[in-house]
Design a protein around this ligand. Structure first.
Ligand SMILES: [Zn+2]
Length: 241
């Protein structure tokens, strides 16, 4: 039901919807190429992101070259960044030290990922210097919000999960007990962990409590291996401020 494409920094998930494929977190340019190889000539109806960060959205322009009819959607919370009304928020210094630097070497292909980030569209860069340079060079909508259906994806619902960024969302499929968690929950540890690289620890903890109320057996994180067929998989997730 869910296919996964690796190779573009963040994991890309493909779900077959009513009107064609839905691409969640297209990743970087390489992921766009790999996604197009996987999907081939079948239609892509929707491309959307769990949040407005380059490793999740840098390949959208490239993917649109393959599927020009696809609609691009971000969460409602991403509107200020996508429209350049606001600069992308940056986690505090400590969060880079405890949350990001330790995991970079543990992600697969760190050098290739870095190169892919450099050659992808400079959109959604959470760095002090570059975050002003966000430019979205394609039509998009910022309409994904809690309580709203995802067009063409029946049975999936949006859960707003601020914390990693204010605009972060997860999507949940009740029948299969599946959660695509974006960068709210990662899996570098092997059992999943709440992302310490976040703009607000208070918010991400609160978001996790909200997710924990759902029965989840299949966890599809933004980085790290998927955890599938594990009853109450969120109960194992590590939480370390
Ligand atoms: Zn992110």
């Amino acid at each position: 039901m869910i296919e996964r494409v690796d190779g573009g920094y963040a994991a890309t998930y493909l779900i077959h919807g009513k009107n064609g494929w839905v691409v969640v977190d297209p990743g970087t340019r390489l992921a766009a190429d790999l996604t197009a190889t996987r999907i081939g000539k079948a239609p892509v109806s929707l491309i959307f992101a769990t949040h407005f960060h380059i490793d999740h959205i840098g390949g959208i322009e490239r993917l649109l070259a393959y599927y020009p009819d696809a609609v691009v959607m971000f969460s409602a919370g991403a509107m200020p960044y996508a429209s350049k009304r606001k600069r992308i928020p940056v986690p505090r210094f400590r969060r880079w030290i405890v949350g990001l630097i330790p995991i970079i070497p543990r992600l697969s292909h760190p050098l290739r990922n870095l190169y892919q980030g450099v050659i992808s569209a400079k959109t959604g860069m959470p760095f002090f210097v570059f975050r002003k340079a966000s430019k979205v060079g394609y039509p998009f909508q910022c309409r994904l919000q809690e309580g709203q259906d995802i067009h063409g994806l029946e049975g999936w619902r949006i859960i707003e999960t601020p914390g990693h960024t204010p605009d972060s969302i997860c999507i949940y499929h009740q029948d299969s007990r599946s959660l695509i968690s974006g960068d709210t929950i990662l899996n570098i540890s092997g059992c999943g962990e709440l992302n310490r690289f976040c703009c607000s620890w208070t918010d991400i903890e609160k978001s996790f409590r909200k997710l924990s109320a759902l029965p989840v057996e299949n966890l599809y994180p933004g980085h790290g291996a998927s955890l599938c067929g594990i009853q109450d998989v969120l109960a194992r997730v590590q939480i370390r401020p």
